[in-house]
Design a protein. Structure first.
Length: 161
C-alpha cells in the first residue's frame, strides 16, 4: 500500500497510540508484559460495568473511541488524493530519536530502582536529559520536546509541591 497522505498517516498512528496507552494505563499493563518486566508496571483500576462504572471505565471508553478514530484516519491516509504542498510532511525527529528517548526513560527507571529512588525523580531526570539532547541535536524539535518535558515536570511535581 502507498501512503498518499503522510499527515493523516502520522496523525492516525498518534491517535491510536494515545488511545491504546490510555486504555493500558487505566486497565493496567497486560500480564505478558509484567512477566517480561518482572513486576507489575501499571496496576490499573477497576473497570466496573455500564451501570456501576469503575474508575477505569471512562478512560477505557474514550481511549477506545480515540483508537478507532485513529484507525479511520490511518485508513484514510491510504485512499486520499492530495497534491502539491499538502502532501509534504517535515518531521523534526525520526525513529532513532524516539528509540533514544525511550532508552533514556528505561535506563532512568532501572537506575532509580537500583538506587532505591522514586520513579518520579527518574522521570524528571530523563525528561531533562531528553530535553538537553533535543536542544543540542534536534533544534527543530526543541519546542515539542520542551512542551512535553514541562508537562511531565508539572505532572510529577504537582504531588510533592
Amino acid at each position: 500500500m502507498v501512503i498518499r497522505n503522510p499527515k493523516d498517516f502520522w496523525a492516525g498512528l498518534m491517535f491510536m497510540a494515545f488511545g491504546l496507552s490510555f486504555m493500558i494505563i487505566a486497565l493496567g499493563t497486560p500480564e505478558f508484559i509484567d512477566r517480561l518486566w518482572g513486576e507489575r508496571l501499571i496496576p490499573g483500576y477497576q473497570m466496573g460495568s455500564a451501570v456501576r462504572m469503575g474508575p477505569a471505565y471512562f478512560p477505557v471508553v474514550l481511549g477506545g473511541i480515540l483508537a478507532v478514530l485513529g484507525a479511520v484516519v490511518l485508513f484514510r491516509s491510504f485512499v486520499s488524493q492530495l497534491k502539491g504542498d499538502a502532501v509534504r510532511l517535515r518531521i523534526a525527529f525520526n525513529v532513532l530519536d524516539l528509540a533514544v528517548a525511550a532508552g533514556v526513560f528505561v535506563v532512568a527507571v532501572r537506575l532509580a530502582k537500583a538506587l532505591d529512588i522514586s520513579n518520579d525523580y527518574a522521570m524528571l531526570a530523563s525528561a531533562l536529559i531528553v530535553s538537553v539532547l533535543a536542544i543540542a541535536f534536534r533544534p527543530n524539535a526543541k519546542a515539542l520536546v520542551l512542551i512535553l518535558a514541562c508537562s511531565l515536570a508539572f505532572a510529577y511535581l504537582l504531588k510533592p509541591l
